[in-house]
Design a protein around this ligand. Structure first.
Ligand code: FAD
Ligand code: PYC
Length: 416
């Protein structure tokens, strides 16, 4: 690993990126691997890294149809928190948050984790009661969360309209102080570089067009480079999960829907942390570049149109202005969307599938960025041992047959 002195930083800054060491190798795929992972987003890359790092399974390929982190991992609003409702979820997401707290060191890559706090607002007495129940439940599971009064809201985020004249007057809220944001590209690149350094092949611009089977056992994948054989294949393809599952006649209980986000022109630092209002359907933070980062509800209907619809965009802007009337003077600079894979109980689907040797990571919906370390860690365990990691037993595909849902729709951050 190169050590950076001021002199070497200056040299790199002036070199116009010539002679920089690429962060991962460009390789031709081999004919066969022990494990093939479809999807070079955070979930796929983290799984590859932990397979190599924890279990010594290094003959692994990550196959990505576009570029690393070009899917939802590079499109999200980077909220990280563990304040879910049910113990199954809190245990899993708290494991992820703890892993995030050490991730920069683990990967030797600055993922720019900033734990400025995540504030969820209540606008009615009924919501205050609900948030109290929610934060009590989280506290009982040993996770930090506390109710705050209207005065506390004012102190945390002075720009919020906390007047009684607001369209939806704010009454208070609850806060997870360890929640925050991280740089999404850095998470993808950090895992990619670390996995590559352990021998994992990262193959970009390579779409998987079929998953091959012999009987009920996976044997490999079809790509533009031909067949790549593997006895174990994992799919971590977010909004494309149903398309990939169809290749092995597997029907997933997933709706694929566009979720949008947008940024304003950059301004001086005015927001600390993230604020979420499940009532008006908006969440707002400020990026390190100074842009106000805004997200809201998913589009109203399923679609693979990766740009989102105007009504959802307008509703999100209007919701944001309910919270922050002063932002009406800001210019909107960019808008984008990603296709999220929403499960019926708004919880992930993680683990084995009915096809032998095929593993799945999907159903992350609007919340799988925060789950990248734990998703990778637990799926790698599951692949290595061919049995589900304890933390993800509740999130198996079979729950949709048994009816043991983990319904986290209310805690998913924005509505599904
Ligand atoms: P992705 O990063 O989408 O990776 C999947 C990859 O699979 C893609 O790169 C794709 O190109 C590839 N692929 C698909 N088909 C094929 C194929 N046939 N062959 C090869 N490769 C293929 N989560 C949070 O925790 N906090 C947030 O604040 C948050 N905000 C969000 C805001 C928006 C606007 C969006 C869209 C999502 C948000 N999310 C958030 C959700 C989060 O981004 C995702 O859950 C997470 O990135 C999923 O990671 P992944 O690796 O599974 O998917
Ligand atoms: O999962 O916290 C979340 C989130 C916020 C916005 C989108 N997802």
């Amino acid at each position: 690993m190169e050590k950076y002195s001021l002199l070497s930083l200056a040299k790199h800054a002036l070199s116009r990126h010539r002679n920089w060491t690429p962060a991962w190798r460009t390789v031709e795929p081999k004919k066969a691997y022990d494990v093939v992972i479809i999807g070079g987003g955070g979930q796929g890359l983290a799984t590859a890294y932990y397979l190599a790092h924890r279990y010594g399974i290094r003959n692994v390929a990550v196959i990505e149809k576009g570029w690393i982190g070009g899917g939802n991992t590079g499109r999200n609003t980077t909220a990280i928190r563990s304040n879910y409702f049910f113990p199954e979820s809190t245990n899993f997401f708290e494991h992820s948050l703890k892993m995030y707290e050490g991730l920069g060191k683990e990967l030797n890559y600055n993922v720019m984790l900033s734990q400025g706090g995540v504030l969820t607002l209540a606008h009615t007495p009924h919501q205050m009661d609900m948030l109290e129940r929610w934060s009590n439940s989280i506290q009982m599971q040993g996770v930090d969360a506390q109710m705050i009064t209207l005065q506390g809201v004012r102190e945390f985020m002075p720009l919020l309209d906390t007047s009684a004249q607001a369209r939806f007057p704010i009454m208070g809220g609850f806060i997870q102080n360890r929640g925050g944001v991280a740089r999404h590209d850095a998470v993808a690149w950090g895992y990619a570089r670390a996995a590559d350094s352990l021998g994992v092949d990262i193959i970009q611009n390579c779409e998987v067009t079929a998953i091959h089977r012999s009987g009920n056992r996976v044997t490999g994948v079809q790509t533009p480079f031909g067949v790549i054989k593997a006895d174990k294949v994992a799919m971590a393809v977010a909004g494309s999960s149903s398309i990939l599952a169809q290749m092995v006649d597997l029907k997933l209980p997933i709706a694929s829907i566009a979720l949008q986000a947008m940024v304003s022109e950059p301004i001086k630092p005015v927001l600390n942390g993230i604020v979420v209002s499940p009532t008006v359907h908006a969440y707002v933070s400020q990026s390190d570049r100074g842009e106000i980062l805004i997200g809201g509800r998913a589009d109203a209907y399923p679609s693979y149109g990766q740009r989102g619809t105007l009504p959802a965009l307008e509703e999100t802007v209007s919701a944001t202005l309910n919270l922050f009337p002063t932002f009406s003077r800001l210019k909107l600079m960019r808008q984008w969307a990603g296709i999220v894979d929403i499960s019926p109980d708004s919880s992930p689907i993680l683990g084995k599938t009915p096809v032998t040797g095929l593993y799945i990571s999907t159903g992350w919906g609007t919340g799988g960025f925060k789950a990248i370390p734990a998703g990778g860690d637990t799926l790698a365990y599951t692949i290595a041992h061919d049995r589900p990691h304890e933390l993800i037993k509740p999130f198996g595909l079979e729950r949709f047959a048994s009816g043991r849902f983990v319904n986290e729709a209310a805690a998913a951050g924005v509505d599904h």
